[in-house]
Design a protein around this ligand. Structure first.
Ligand SMILES: *[C@@H]1O[C@H](CO)[C@@H](O)[C@H](O)[C@H]1NC(C)=O
Ligand SMILES: *[C@@H]1O[C@H](CO)[C@@H](O)[C@H](O)[C@H]1NC(C)=O
Length: 522
């Protein structure tokens, strides 16, 4: 009987967030870097106006030339600062992603992806970019020859020039379809990560989709830096009277647009397939109250003789008949007198053997028995020293027909020793202060298990202000308080109502879930 276990349902939603630098990633997040790219492109076009005035700069007096130079360099500096925000995230997350991926993926995949090569190209590009920044912020300290030489090297036909590096980096994302591998890095990575099991994914501390996005963002930002350098170099050479370069600059701009659109489309479609699940690694050592919580004495092993399991004090059945009963007495003050009787429901009894030794546990430990050793050798629990001494417990025959067996059952007993309550009040982040749910954990407070939420302030472009992250205090009530009701404020677990179901909620396209945890009984 009582098979209709009621479903106890917990619905929660969780906005993903990372520990230090946090960003919520959705498909539309791909637009983030694209938006910066667009702004930069417009700014670069305006910078061209400075040097594109149908003036032959070889004939311009030196002081005027210097003035133009300073203006140009000032513009470039401002364009670069537009990148800072992106670049910060790329440095702290992107490169870290790549390093973790390198260690997480099987070697064959690593080789196939040529991630080491990519990392090398990105590093070289970064070195060039740092050099440009130095020149543009302190151009007066450098000889024109140095600047000119730098500009020439950026746009040269040398395979390692910036002009060629951007093409090579792009080839990782969108390889020439005639080549040996038809798939780009992002697609290969997407496939590879689907093979990697949860345990391995936990070391990345990001969802597969986020790993992919970070990698894309790192590549796209690097490409953008390359484009700025190329344009900057053409402008400088134009300024120094080394030629017109209008055609070259236009061509590089067109190629950049092409690469950029292409990469964004590939990233978008690869991300659509990727899982957004985040795995957290198991701690090395579990600590009660810190890494886990306990529901105590919900269903506890319990030994009782058949004679006490039915109202008539008979032994006509066998243990398995008693699937749902209660204690009806203590026949002749036998073993039942030596233990605390179960005042709740007694469930699912089984017969192991007639005679046994029972090692009673210290009641303060929360256990009833340390172990039970049956005469047939079977041991329940872990047999180790029994400081309180074992008790011999023997079943008996009644008039030769009926065996009064000691059964091993489950005891479902509410009381001060049994923490079995779940909070059912909503947990809502401080939406008035623009806070969203960023994490979730189980905590026990006043014997009630709560789903505690972590919240953080939401910034533009779905970034979380990491310094605002906090665990919102759980509701401070006790089940014994006035006007607190079972089934309304909290749920009481029992044998029939003990199933916990954690569900996912998905927002419609163009929406995000931000804020609350709700628990239902159904
Ligand atoms: C540079 O070339 C473009 C077209 O190729 C031309 O329209 C422009 O006048 C040239 N500028 C200078 C300063 O020669
Ligand atoms: C992040 O939060 C801190 C602390 O509340 C605040 O001082 C800082 O201005 C916030 N940062 C942003 C970018 O809003």
């Amino acid at each position: 009987m009582a098979n209709a276990r009621q479903l106890f349902l917990i619905v929660f939603l969780l906005v993903y967030c990372q520990n230090d630098t946090t960003a919520l990633i959705t498909i539309s997040g791909v637009l983030d870097v694209l938006k910066v790219a667009k702004d930069v492109t417009v700014a670069l076009g305006k910078a061209w106006d400075l040097v594109d005035q149908n003036i032959d700069f070889t004939e311009v007096p030196i002081p005027i030339l210097h003035k133009t130079e300073r203006k140009l360099f000032g513009k470039i500096e401002r364009i670069n600062s537009r990148l800072d925000d992106l670049a910060y995230r790329v440095d702290s997350i992107g490169t870290q992603s790549m390093t973790t991926i390198l260690h997480t993926l099987p070697e064959r995949v690593r080789l196939e992806l040529r991630l080491n090569d990519l990392l090398d190209y990105l590093t070289r590009m970064e070195a060039n970019h740092r050099r440009m920044l130095k020149y543009s912020t302190a151009e007066k300290e450098y000889e024109r020859l140095t600047l000119e030489d730098f500009a020439r090297s950026v746009i040269s036909h040398d395979p390692s020039s910036v002009l060629n590096l951007v093409e090579r980096i792009h080839a990782f994302v969108a390889p020439n379809r005639r080549g040996i591998t038809n798939n780009g890095l992002l697609e290969l990575l997407a496939n590879a990560m689907q093979e990697v099991e949860g345990d391995m994914m936990c070391s990345t501390k990001q969802s597969p989709q986020q790993v992919l996005y970070n990698l894309y963002e790192a590549i796209a930002t690097t490409e953008l830096k390359g484009q700025i350098m190329v344009q900057f170099s053409y402008m400088m050479l134009r300024l120094y009277g080394k030629g017109n370069f209008t055609k070259e600059a236009e061509h590089s701009q067109e190629r950049y647009q092409e690469r950029n659109n292409n990469a964004a489309n590939i990233a978008r479609s690869a991300m659509q397939k990727m899982s957004r699940e985040l795995w957290k690694c198991d701690p090395k050592k579990h600590i009660k109250g810190e890494t886990y919580e306990e529901i105590t004495n919900l269903l506890q092993g319990y030994v009782q003789n058949e004679v006490d399991l039915n109202p008539d004090g008979t032994c006509r059945e066998n243990c398995a008949e008693y699937t749902f009963t209660k204690s009806h007495g203590c026949y002749q003050n036998l073993y039942c007198r030596q233990q605390r009787s179960c005042s709740g429901k007694i469930i699912d009894c089984q017969f192991f053997d007639s005679d046994m030794w029972i090692c009673n546990a210290n009641p303060l430990s929360g256990r009833r028995y340390e172990y039970i050793e049956y005469e047939n050798g079977r041991v329940l629990g872990r047999k180790q020293g029994c400081s309180r001494g074992t008790t011999k417990v023997d079943s008996w025959w009644r008039w030769l027909f009926w065996h009064c067996s000691y059964c091993f059952c489950l005891c479902d007993e509410q009381g001060p020793m049994s923490d079995r309550y779940f909070n059912m009040r909503s947990s809502i982040s401080d939406i008035d202060n623009n806070k969203v749910v960023t994490g979730l954990r189980f905590v026990k407070h006043n014997r009630i298990i709560h789903l505690q939420i972590q919240q953080g302030e939401l910034l533009p472009r779905m970034i979380i202000n990491a310094s605002t992250l906090e665990w919102k205090p759980v509701e401070d009530y006790k089940i014994t308080d006035r006007k607190i009701f079972n089934g309304q404020d909290y749920h009481t677990m029992s044998w029939e109502k003990r199933r916990v179901d954690l569900d996912d909620l998905e927002a419609d396209e163009g929406h995000v879930l931000t804020g609350s945890i709700d628990i239902y009984q159904s």
